[in-house]
Design a protein around this ligand. Sequence first.
Ligand code: GUN
Length: 284
Amino acid sequence: MSAQILDGKAIALELRESIRSEVERQVEAGNPRPGLAVIMVGDDPASAVYVRNKKIACEKAGFNDVSEVLPADTTQEEVLALIDKLNADEAVHGIIVQLPVPDHIDPEEIIERIHPCKDVDGFHPYNVGRLATRMPIMAPCTPHGVMTMLAKTGINLRGLDAVVVGASNIVGVPQLLELLNERATVTVCHSATKNLAEKVGQADLVVVGVGIPEMVKGDWIKPGAIVIDVGINRMDDGRLVGDVEFDVAKEHASWITPVPGGVGPMTIATLLENTMKVAYQLDC
Ligand code: GUN
């Protein structure tokens, strides 16, 4: 059996198109365009690609893009001052600081300085706490994008055994909370986990975000499981591969995300969705 492909690129395009038409409707009704500020400190090449893609997506969706690329030697105080300015700017609805930041910058202090209502990454402890208490306002973009993709399969997650591999603040931990809120039974595995293959092998749903090429072997996957690969790794020969051994895993899984064209495009689409929510009401 070969798995059905969960086509993140197509789902993200559909979401972005619905956001674009909602923005046009709101603008015609006299409301402002959503404003998104993406702050990047330094010149990490992978971050530069993400930031450029975010800029293009903003423009296509009819958002105002107020990205700021700051030199690598920008001080903590300068970044905090910029956040204070953006927090006070009514035309800016969402603020994110692209991670990773250079070593001399403390990301926790930066994230906490963003007003929780403008924290469209959902990384502020207030928003993490809202998600953990089943009262989400702003959910982190990658795990929430995964939930949007899972909804497309039509499969009810209630009672499924889910294994999340990777326990980062950006992916693993919020993914745990999102799945728990849908009443899945969730195990989170990380670098100290014993018997990883066995745990993955028992899962009805596997979400992997570790940043290690093909770390999860295809023959670990239980027949019929759903496999979501958050990883995107550039190999020496230029190929992009995920954290799951796709060619083998697809012979075991019922649904699987490709790399590229799986989870990646959902992150940006969800960022636009979060920013639009702030601009046109909603919960804050
Ligand atoms: N770096 C990798 N993924 C992300 C993300 O979702 N948000 C931010 N701000 N930085 C990232």
